[in-house]
Write a protein that binds this ligand. Structure first.
Ligand code: SF4
Length: 400
């Protein structure tokens, strides 16, 4: 019988006994505010959020591996996986942490594919970087394919402007695109140093090709560097010449690749208006991967590490609506019970690819390593790695 046939007043199925209340925290929201991230008491005798058997097996494998394995956990990762991380951080911090552990035979990267590639580029050849689920990609990184970027560069070449165009590529990109950037005189940037990277690029050439996140590029160029919105054009790789005329490309200061993060792209100006109405005095804190209009309405803009710092330093009793990945927002809410911390969007949205790394995959990867089998190794070929390293080193050489 369908729920509709049952109707709202239908009697419970035969044998159903309503469970007694449980203290488990499972759902989002508090009792009086279902949109907060503090959790509610769910009724019923519910199972533990993490399978205790898997927790036991993953713990045993990690203990067996000891210092041979170093586990990295991205800030957007699930709680049950982060619990096993030796260090947490954003993608760049994690890659550097991996590079600082030359004695670890295995670097188990609980993040997404491009992050594991960066770790492989920055670690020694005798270290294996493992991604517990190869399906953990990144929709933004996938929006800039190597062939597409080569074709775009050819378009600039044909117009005679490639020579004075400097590629600036966000960390959230494949190794192939980082390598392209190194080969063409460009640099990598993170969400914390995008302004410095653009300043450097403009000291090297007349215009910038910013890959692959149009929002970070636009926010940095317009909000942080004072360029006009009309100094930026958006290059759509699915259209001939990016859908732009020769004059549009020649006159642009910043050519923004048509890419975005599917998580941060969810936040809208309506979300900001709605939360301000709902929580008087709330501070809106967003990541620069959000759209320009959203960032313009926010009170504070910060990288992932920046958002964590702002919350750490915030006054007790203050209220924050945060526009970034939900796993991080939930943990921030738990870490700051003296502040009101809420998700900027009422609709729940995790980074689905990051969430591919779950406890079963993590346990499988750790047990395989403990048994002497290197699974899901991420290897960047030598030439790609060499040029990607050139671009990363240019970023590392930028003034602090
Ligand atoms: S949050 Fe966005 S940029 Fe980060 S891994 Fe997920 S899809 Fe990619």
């Amino acid at each position: 019988m369908s729920p509709t046939e049952l109707g709202t007043d239908a009697a419970p199925p035969t044998g159903w006994v309503e469970p007694s209340p449980s203290p488990l925290l499972l759902l989002l929201g508090s009792k009086d505010d279902l949109t907060s991230e503090r959790g509610v008491d769910c009724p019923g005798d519910l199972p533990a959020p993490s399978d205790p058997d898997l927790v036991r097996r993953a713990t045993a494998a990690k203990e067996a591996l000891g210092d041979r394995a170093f586990v990295l956990g991205h800030h957007y990762q699930r709680d049950e996986v982060v619990a096993f991380a030796d260090v947490t951080g954003d993608s760049f911090k994690l890659a550097r942490e991996a590079a600082a552990r030359p004695n670890a035979e295995f670097v188990v990267f609980c993040g997404v594919h491009f992050m594991a590639e960066s770790a492989d580029i920055l670690t020694a050849d005798n270290q294996a970087v493992v991604l517990p689920d190869l399906a953990a990609g990144c929709s933004m990184a996938d929006m800039a394919g190597k062939n597409q970027v080569d074709d775009a560069w050819q378009t600039l070449n044909d117009l005679g402007i490639a020579g004075n165009t400097i590629p600036v590529t966000y960390m959230n990109s494949s190794a192939a695109i980082k390598s392209f950037t190194g080969q063409h005189g460009g640099t990598i940037c993170t969400s914390s140093n995008a302004k410095r990277s653009l300043e450097w690029a403009f000291s090297q050439g007349e215009r910038v090709l910013f890959l692959p996140d149009q929002h970070l590029g636009r926010n940095t160029a317009v909000r942080d560097m004072g360029l006009g919105l009309d100094d930026c054009v958006v290059f759509d790789p699915r259209k001939p010449s990016g859908g732009l005329s020769a004059d549009q490309l020649r006159n642009a200061k910043v050519i923004l690749w048509r890419g975005h993060c599917s998580v941060h792209g969810r936040f809208t100006t309506q979300c900001v208006d709605e939360v301000r109405e709902r929580i008087p005095g709330v501070n809106v804190l967003v990541h620069p991967e959000c759209a320009y209009e959203v960032v313009s309405k926010a009170d504070v803009v910060g990288s992932t590490e920046g958002i964590i710092r702002v919350l750490d330093e915030a006054e007790p009793g203050s209220s924050w609506a945060i526009g970034t990945e939900l796993n991080l927002v939930k943990r921030l809410a738990q870490a700051h019970p003296d502040k009101t911390v809420t998700f900027l969007d009422r609709t729940v949205c995790y980074c689905s690819t990051m969430n591919r790394i779950d406890l079963p995959h993590f346990t499988w990867a750790m047990e395989s390593l403990a048994a002497g089998r290197v699974v899901n190794q991420i290897s960047v070929d030598a030439e790609t790695a060499q040029w990607a390293r050139v671009a990363l080193d240019r970023m590392l050489a930028l003034p602090a």
